[in-house]
Design a protein around this ligand. Structure first.
Ligand code: PRX
Length: 650
């Protein structure tokens, strides 16, 4: 289906928006490319620098340094500066727990909590440059933890609470974190996710961890946790100790760091087995998330902005914590599942708190569609004024439903394309300035020089599919992969000379709108979760019954992509249901439940080239149920393998 409908923002929305017309957007974007110094000078005035920046960019591929000469403490932009304004008593975070408990932290209170934790961490011996791991659920303290690390200059590494203890252990060991912040457990669909228990298993094999700080989320009467003498400390006990004078002073008047001081490491999946420790630094990241939060979400006083992403992913970092807080926005934070106790939960939250901006993922939207229009119809959604989408391509049907049923036909939708590595939104429409086309992510963000190119690096013509690349560095880009400069250069800056390769395929239409089609490398996007095929494969072959494994994606109406794995077994193993269950549990343990295969298919052999490479393309076709193999099979070693695989189809 060719989708060429255009949805123009209402005159009323545009009139009040920060950028009001396409022409205004174009002028600003052009300026950001032609005269970046001028552009960013104007748009970094809200950021608190202790020493102003002198040079915008120093670039020697693949090393970039932005805002040279600047020093800052990022938390002064997100917290301290608001205390001198009316934002002091404004809610920074409105929290709703899955059981229904509600808590609000004003900017004053959030600042106070961050200062207290900063001092406490300093007293535990954490100093600037140390790494701190955070393995928590969606509670305000997760944001407090991140901000306290930033205030201290410690590099945080948030590990999504859905990861298993093995995955947590590997991430801690890679970063060498000194302290782990976690909680007794988190609520999820009425059950408890035993975070502390999993943290214990990880820490048992993570020698760098000196202290584990444990937040009481569940309280008395729930799964008791083991507190290890000398190592584990309750969060509230830690905070109730009187901080040393030096730490208290440091926390109150924190040091300023260089613009390129490391802010956080966030592990994500790549096309080889080991997760990538994407490293972001301070000033450029802050500038990127600030400007996009301000212009893309058009944040203004009175908004209650809700980003439903987990803090464990980059969307949670940039658009739940750093971006909106840098703007002084009020952020809604919800702990639990969208369908607990029923599919009306999100809509109930919107009505109850008066959410004005909702930012969520297509996979959630498709699940809501399936659950039926009766659920949103039960709630008054008239407080909403803007909707956002992120994480995967949104199909026009889901877009239209979101627009009509949730947005009541009046809310613009911003479809934002970006990545863990880009730090901030790269492609979007500005809600008051540009029309939207369902399924298109829109136009480049400020400072973003992006293109669709062919394999030889030349630009594709309008509507021609190619590789999505960024042609010059931008402030919020990742600076490296933690302790692996070579892999950073190789993964992003070497595939096509001189440009950043995103791993995505795309086309740009005659109006300049980008349509991102999805990953063209060995990375899958399953229900908005980024999963490396190699990660799944190495987890599977680490099981004693498995000889070889190949993971591929197949189109799925709900999840976007479903994960299908083909497995060959070692001699003497029986391919049966029980083994499938065991392999599923093995993935749960090695990675986490969210990475469970949707289908496991046993096979005698995998299709390989004569040089022994698994032909994933063919497996993908088979997984998708293609009756015929389309592509070239001339390099296939044994055509019989294909016929057999088809015959075995489930
Ligand atoms: O394939 C693109 C897809 O998600 C990938 C990045 O995943 P991650 O680093 O986990 O960050 C997700 C949240 C920013 C991209 O390479 N993706 C993200 N947003 C979109 C998208 N694909 C299409 N449209 C989007 N809006």
């Amino acid at each position: 289906m060719k989708e060429d409908r255009r949805f123009t923002p209402s005159a009323e929305f545009s009139k009040r928006a920060r950028v009001r017309s396409h022409a205004e957007y174009r002028t600003m974007h052009q300026l950001s490319l032609d005269e970046p110094e001028t552009f960013w000078r104007e748009h970094t005035t809200d950021l608190v620098f202790r020493t102003p920046w002198k040079t915008f960019l120093e670039w020697s591929l693949p090393k970039a340094r932005f805002f040279g000469g600047a020093t800052l403490n990022l938390t002064e932009t997100c917290l301290d500066r608001h205390l001198a304004t009316e934002a002091r008593t404004r809610a920074a975070i409105v929290f709703e727990g899955e059981p229904g408990d509600v808590r609000t932290l004003t900017y004053f209170e959030l600042h106070r909590e961050v200062v207290r934790l900063t001092a406490a961490l300093a007293d535990l011996g954490v100093v600037a440059g140390d790494r701190v791991a955070i393995y928590m659920g969606m509670v305000p303290e997760a944001a407090v933890a991140m901000l306290a690390c930033a205030r201290l200059g410690a590099t945080h590494s948030v590990v999504f609470g859905g990861f298993s203890s093995d995955a947590l252990r590997d991430r801690i060991n890679d970063s060498g974190a000194k302290v782990l912040l976690t909680q007794d457990g988190a609520w999820r669909r009425g059950n408890v996710v035993p975070l502390k228990k999993m943290a214990d298993d990880a820490v048992a094999q993570a020698p760098s961890i000196e202290k584990v700080v444990v937040l009481r989320r569940l309280g008395a009467g729930h799964t008791p946790v083991q507190m290890k003498e000398g190592k584990d400390i309750w969060w509230d006990d830690l905070l109730s100790r009187t901080a040393s004078e030096a730490s208290a002073k440091l926390a109150r008047t924190p040091p300023a760091f260089d613009a390129e001081h490391p802010l956080f490491i966030l592990y994500t999946s790549g096309s080889t087995g080991k997760p990538k420790g994407v490293l972001h630094t301070t000033a450029g990241y802050l500038a990127g998330v600030h400007i996009t939060s301000k212009f893309v979400f058009d944040l203004r006083e009175g908004d209650l902005y809700w980003c439903t992403a987990d803090v464990g992913w980059v969307t949670g970092h940039s658009y739940l914590v750093y971006g909106p807080l840098s703007c002084g926005a009020t952020v809604m934070m919800y702990e639990g599942a969208p369908n607990f106790p029923d599919w009306g939960r999100f809509w109930n939250i919107i009505e109850k708190h008066g959410v004005t901006i909702l930012y969520t993922a297509p996979t959630a939207i498709r699940a809501f569609i399936r659950a039926g229009d009766d659920w949103p119809a039960k709630s008054d959604l008239s407080s909403l004024r803007l909707l956002g989408s992120v994480g995967e391509p949104i199909n026009p049907e889901a877009w239209t439903w979101y627009h009509r049923v949730i947005g009541g036909g009046r809310c613009p939708i911003v479809d934002t394309w970006w990545q863990t590595e880009t730090g901030a939104i790269m492609l979007t429409t500005l809600p008051g300035a540009c029309y939207s086309k369902p399924g298109a992510t829109g136009l480049p963000s400020f400072g973003v020089d992006i293109a669709v190119v062919k394999d030889d690096g030349s630009e594709c013509s309008a509507n021609e599919g190619g590789k999505l690349v960024v042609k010059r560095p931008w402030p919020s880009m990742a600076r490296t992969l933690y302790k692996d400069d070579a892999r950073y250069a190789e993964s992003y800056w070497s595939q096509l000379p001189g440009v950043y390769f995103t791993g995505d395929g795309a086309r740009r239409d005659e109006d300049g709108y980008f349509w991102v089609t999805g990953r063209i490398d060995d990375v899958l996007n399953v229900a908005g979760h980024r999963i490396g095929t190699a990660e799944i494969e190495s987890a599977l072959v680490s099981h004693p019954a498995v000889a070889e494994a190949a993971a591929v994606g197949k189109p799925d109406d709900l999840k976007g992509q479903a994960l299908v794995v083909f497995v060959t077994l070692k001699a003497g193993q029986t391919a049966d249901k029980l083994l499938k269950e065991k392999l599923t549990e093995h993935i749960d343990r090695e990675i986490g439940k969210f990475a469970r295969p949707d289908s496991i298919r046993f096979t005698d052999a995998l299709p390989k080239t004569r040089s022994g490479k698994i032909m994933r393309r063919l497996l993908k076709e088979i997984a998708s149920g293609a009756a015929e193999t389309k592509g070239d099979t001339s390099t296939l070693e044994d055509l019989g393998v294909l016929a057999k695989l088809r015959a075995d189809e489930e």
